[in-house]
Design a protein around this ligand. Sequence first.
Ligand code: ZN
Length: 283
Amino acid sequence: MYSIALPDLDDDEMFARCIEYRRELEVKDVLDRLAPSVRNAYHCYTTYRGDPMNLSPRSWEREDRKALQSNYSLAPGSPFARYRRDLIARFIEKRCPMCGRGDVGTIDHYLPRSKFPEYSVLSANLIPVCGQCNLLKSSHFSTEAGRRFVHAYYDILPSHPVLIAHVRLNERLDLSFAIVEPPGLPADLLRVLQFHFNQLDLAVLFEKEGIRELTERYGEIEEAFERGPRDLAEYLGAAARSARKKCGVHSWKTAMFAALEHHEAFCAGGFELLLKGEDRQDS
Ligand SMILES: [Zn+2]
């Protein structure tokens, strides 16, 4: 999970270009007629920072709804298709902002296009995400407090971690993740983070990803341990710092290495339980 900068796009101009691109005169007319309402809706979205508690779906006429939704056109040459492609391309080296794990390959409408056709091509409503987050979030919409996903452009995450990892060594190595409340985190944002974490099933995804990462690094971990438990702790500390720099303070990787660095039993040889991976698949 991490925040991203709002795209620098003139949304009114993009809307005008979408109208210009249309060949069907009836659709052009509909969009021309709707342009002032859409500009007004864009203003509301920005004012309320996309918060569903303040932005209710409007009852659009069927023809109007269809025309607005169809601006989200992926046809080659459409102004929106070009913008979408460039937006995704900017994340080629980064992970999905919603989970911090998957590759960015698609766009999520933060307020779903089915309920808010006016925001079909509004840049602040278009979040570059991975396929799985897009699928799990789907067209979720609720006006209930806390029952929304983190808005990657508008929700300001704190500088202290909101995610921590726990390590348990029993028959095997177990990893678990949880949302915590760092100092100064507003109570409503904490509820949003917990909702986001639960709806996207991030605890399960992060555990799988963590075990995979550690298994892949087993040779390096073993090598560091051969020099002593302190060297292994240093290796894990360096991995935590590198993850923080590359993936951010709220990444599962940062949380995992930070927990392992201070886990005495893991550093004293407990990491060997990672070899129990086959048991994990069977359970
Ligand atoms: Zn994702």
